[in-house]
Design a binder for this molecule. Sequence first.
Ligand SMILES: Cc1cc2nc3c(=O)[nH]c(=O)nc-3n(C[C@H](O)[C@H](O)[C@H](O)COP(=O)(O)OP(=O)(O)OC[C@H]3O[C@@H](n4cnc5c(N)ncnc54)[C@H](O)[C@@H]3O)c2cc1C
Ligand SMILES: Cc1cc2nc3c(=O)[nH]c(=O)nc-3n(C[C@H](O)[C@H](O)[C@H](O)COP(=O)(O)O)c2cc1C
Length: 775
Amino acid sequence: MNIACVGGGPAGLYFALLMKQRHPEHRILVAERNQPFDTFGWGVVFSDATLQAMRQWDPKTAREIEDAFNHWDDIELVLKGRRIRTTGHGFVGIGRKKMLNILQQRCLDLGVELMFDREVKGAEDFPDADLIVASDGVNSRLRAQYQAVFKPDILMRPNRYIWLGTDKAFDAFTFDFRRTQHGWFQAHIYRFDQTRSTFIVETTEEVFQAHGLGEMDQDQSVAFCEALFEEALDGHRLLTNARHLRGSSWLNFGRLICEQWSHFNGKSHVVLMGDSAHTAHFAIGSGTKLAIDDAIGLTRQFDIAGHDAAKIPEALEGYAAERRIDVARIQNAARNAMEWFEVVGRRYADTLEPEQFMYSMLTRSQRLSHENLRLRDPVWLSDYERWFAERAGAEPLANGAAPPPMFTPFKARGLTLHNRVVVSPMAMYSAVDGAPTDFHLVHLGARAMGGAALVFPEMICVSPDARITPGCAGLWNDEQSAGWRRIVDFVHRETPAKIGLQLGHAGRKGATRVAWEGIDEPVEQGGWPLISASPIPYLPHSVPPREMTREDMDLVLEAFVAATRRGAEIGFDILELHAAHGYLLSSFLSPLTNHRTDAYGGGHENRARFPLEVFCAMRAAWPQARPMSVRLSVTDWSEGGNTPEDAAIFADQFKAAGADLIDCSSGQVVCDDHPVYGRLYQTPFSDKIRNEIGVSTIAVGAISEADHVNSIIAAGRADLCAVARPHLADPSFVLHEAARIGIDAVAWPRQYASAKAQYQSNLARAGPVTSKGAP
Ligand SMILES: Cc1cc2nc3c(=O)[nH]c(=O)nc-3n(C[C@H](O)[C@H](O)[C@H](O)COP(=O)(O)OP(=O)(O)OC[C@H]3O[C@@H](n4cnc5c(N)ncnc54)[C@H](O)[C@@H]3O)c2cc1C
Ligand SMILES: Cc1cc2nc3c(=O)[nH]c(=O)nc-3n(C[C@H](O)[C@H](O)[C@H](O)COP(=O)(O)O)c2cc1C
């Protein structure tokens, strides 16, 4: 094959050498606009896994790169006059120049043609090539040439960064945070040879502008950074080698994804590789890894399909299919990590203590969990567990160690929960005329005995026409009160758990069938008239609701207050107002479902007016010593709907009105929403609300093991974790998870005590368990 690689960065050089080494008969050239020793950037970091792959594919280059690597294990945080260090993280760093020189030399040794100082104009420069590899970086000219085919999507991120070097050799991957009068700057610092380190300085656009950095030239910017990080630099200088960049040389990162990765232009196949195909933010330092993995990926596809020009389409198809998955995974983790650095100034740096800040930073991508940290640095983690437990007022375990965050108590007003797990409210559609039955006693009783600190029954409806389905539970008459009292008394008498009351009104989502007969489908008989903020049906064929009048609002408000009084008298421990999922109060909050032109529609204040009226009236009727929470859909997952920014405004209003907790759910507001599911997928919403608004939160959604709960609570992303479906699968979820992570201190119901030791020893025999899912 005749192969032209445009761009001699890691992607182009490594692909060229791998292909040539496997099939010397290929004619391969690499055209690079720069001189061999003339390259931007300082050092890059790699994980051990990338190196392992390189060893397998070309041991010679891997060995040389390894010899030039600087290996280190420590991460150090510098914040507010404190230095905190953890170990066991395993990084390797190498100068970008050094690495490229090794790859260039290996290319030459193998017979790859290297053309330097060669600016490629487009694919027409290589009319005889069977394959043109667009390894020409993030601003790829070849990608631009076939833009209509590749369909690149570039999302420019708000932060500014400048990529500098320093002649000080830092001995740990150092994150140094400095506050100025305008806000926070952070430096990401890592050593790449015996004497030098990469030094990337990052800040928000507002802080960048406030300091006038946009008007400064490079020397002034460097002088600014030297003054700001004087203490870290310890007399050393910051260096720039990006003189080719015009202007201030502070950049914005652009996240790139491409719909297509290859194209046949009638003569040659053109394929994107490395930064021209995708970018991953430097917050997780994986751009070079992705470039290397792409080169390996395409080579592997040629090995499978055959190293023959006729097989190019097949190889390219396999390459895109294989690489897309890995790239999406890395980009996802990079996005979480990048966003953490974008919000760190306004969310964590001022409020979190350095210990918890460190934990939050280490777990920023949500890929590294509590148990992963324990494996990396058990000493630091157990110190942190002790720090956390002391602040939470937890007793030490029998062996003197601190309990992990999941098993620390939580207090709100007069309520103390003995751990951080909540059975999330789940509609069971098994009530009779709104009254709970034996099913509810057994169902809720079992879960209260199963170890969760707080058990919520399903959404309990405040009036007959507030129900979602005819099988939904209610609290508007004495028979229902008696039924709930039996359950609440059981939970209090027989278990250490507390029991909550979630009150709600279905609004336009009412009069539907029980779940197993068709979720959200209107009942055929026995329905009732529906009300909502605006007269918009939920499904196109749902019964249209009537727009609520002020009289309707008064009646609904009275019903909420009456149910609150009943709940207080029965002895529920906490009251939650359901203002999520498109039900009545949620329909006021969302602009998609609230089209009113009166005082209850329009801006945030108006949309929240009625839900807040209800909340305040309930708060007044609910005992002061007992806490209240509000469940919100933090995003509608729909164009034009509420976003986390809107939800933060509402959360702030509920907090001011006396809410103790915000329960951070999402979606289900409109039938055509587009939720993005995944492990802990709603936890970032809880993180935002908790740390930007300064209110306690409940995280919920795909939290399915102790490791998740520990990671969320320890990082301060939530105060409580609500676990729904895993509790349907296993009523004793908490007891079983405690046993799985080796926490003996959690008591089982005395009637079941004889099973505990056997359960624990069976688990111990199965071997050490950390996280159920690979992080
Ligand atoms: C601040 C910062 C820090 C980073 N830190 C890390 C890190 O720690 N670890 C990590 O793995 N990655 C890091 N990266 C990312 C990493 O540098 C890239 O992801 C990686 O270099 C991509 O390799 P590539 O071969 O695809 O592209 P590049 O390395 O960009 O190479 C493209 C090459 O093509 C050449 N070229 C472009 N156009 C033409 C043309 N028309 N004709 C001829 N030649 C052309 C360029 O001169 C260049 O040499 C960082 C990036 C930034 C911005
Ligand atoms: C069967 C079922 C019924 C639910 N009913 C309610 C409800 O009544 N009130 C509520 O706020 N959320 C309800 N939810 C949502 C859950 O409380 C929870 O937010 C959601 O299932 C995500 O958590 P998970 O991933 O742990 O299941 C229900 C979920 C399920 C699976």
